[in-house]
Design a protein around this ligand. Structure first.
Ligand SMILES: NC(=O)c1ccc[n+]([C@@H]2O[C@H](COP(=O)([O-])OP(=O)(O)OC[C@H]3O[C@@H](n4cnc5c(N)ncnc54)[C@H](OP(=O)(O)O)[C@@H]3O)[C@@H](O)[C@H]2O)c1
Length: 247
């Protein structure tokens, strides 16, 4: 059994991953942000889950939330699965995209990782153990027209992974990026405009996926299990694509 810290725990993917590991009996430290409907269902079903809200962009909030989780559970995270992320939602080409939103997405998607690692790596180093999985996206490889900030932030995560893996060479701590293509998820909570954007984008993607289907959440879990296994100690600094064979 492990102690697993999961960010974006109210998100589509974060909540699914959390439920999977809760059902296996792992100790969960869940971080969520503003919305909490999935998280509350989860903690009702698994009352031993530890959870805290925080804005991952705020270092002080991350420090406090993680300290409270450690105190409540009496354990430190051996595994971190970082799913939280902000999307480009203005669907605009770069020269007409909102500079405020561009800045927000870059800040959100990169500083959340920085803060998470800054707070948790010293503890992992002290115990000489850690398995870290940061969610990227296949847009790090193919780009995302009308979504440049998101695409740039995901590519940034990949180079952070490559750099930090080298900083961790003397420790039994691995860090990797998991970069899925489009995933079959419940999109009912998205705005009408974003659902339309997704529909168009996913239809185009589906045509190009050799496996002829979108990723299922279980395809993602499978890779999380692999990357967080104790014996995956030789795999670090990599980006793992889950794209049904699409390059
Ligand atoms: N879904 C896909 O098809 C797909 C494809 C490729 C890659 N991915 C990647 O997979 C990951 C999970 O995707 P998803 O579909 O589960 O996304 P999601 O449902 O939008 O969940 C993202 C979560 O991140 C949280 N979050 C955003 N900013 C935060 C902040 N500053 N501090 C703390 N939490 C914050 C959000 O909380 P609030 O809503 O309360 O702000 C939300 O619960 C993301 O990294 C995404 O880029 C997804």
């Amino acid at each position: 059994m492990n102690t697993i810290l999961i960010t974006g725990a109210n998100g589509n993917i974060g909540s699914y991953i959390a439920e999977y590991y809760a059902s296996k009996g792992d100790t969960l430290h869940l971080l969520y942000h503003k919305s909490d409907e999935r998280l509350l269902k989860l903690v009702n079903a698994y009352p031993t889950i530890h959870y805290q809200t925080c804005d991952l962009v705020d270092l002080q909030q991350v420090e406090t939330a993680c300290a409270k989780l450690r105190e409540a559970s009496g354990s430190i995270p051996e595994i971190i699965i970082h799913t939280s992320s902000k999307r480009s939602t203005d669907f605009a080409e770069i020269e007409t995209s909102s500079p405020e939103l561009w800045y927000e997405i870059i800040k959100n998607n990169l500083f959340s990782v920085y803060n998470l690692l800054r707070v948790n790596l010293p503890l992992m180093k002290e115990h000489d153990y850690g398995r870290i999985v940061l969610f990227g996206s296949n847009v790090s490889r193919i780009g995302l027209p009308k979504g440049t900030a998101y695409a740039v932030s995901k590519a940034g995560i990949v180079n952070l992974v490559r750099s930090v893996a080298q900083e961790l060479q003397d420790y039994n701590i691995t860090i990797n990026a998991l970069s899925p293509g489009p995933i079959q998820i419940d999109d009912s909570h998205f705005s009408e405009e974003y659902r339309e954007f997704r529909k168009r984008y996913y239809a185009k993607e589906l045509n190009q996926i050799p496996k002829k289907r979108l990723a299922e959440l279980d395809d993602i879990i499978h890779v999380c299990d692999f990357l967080t296994a104790e014996n995956s100690s030789y795999i670090s600094g990599e980006e793992f694509f889950v794209t049904g064979g699409k390059l």
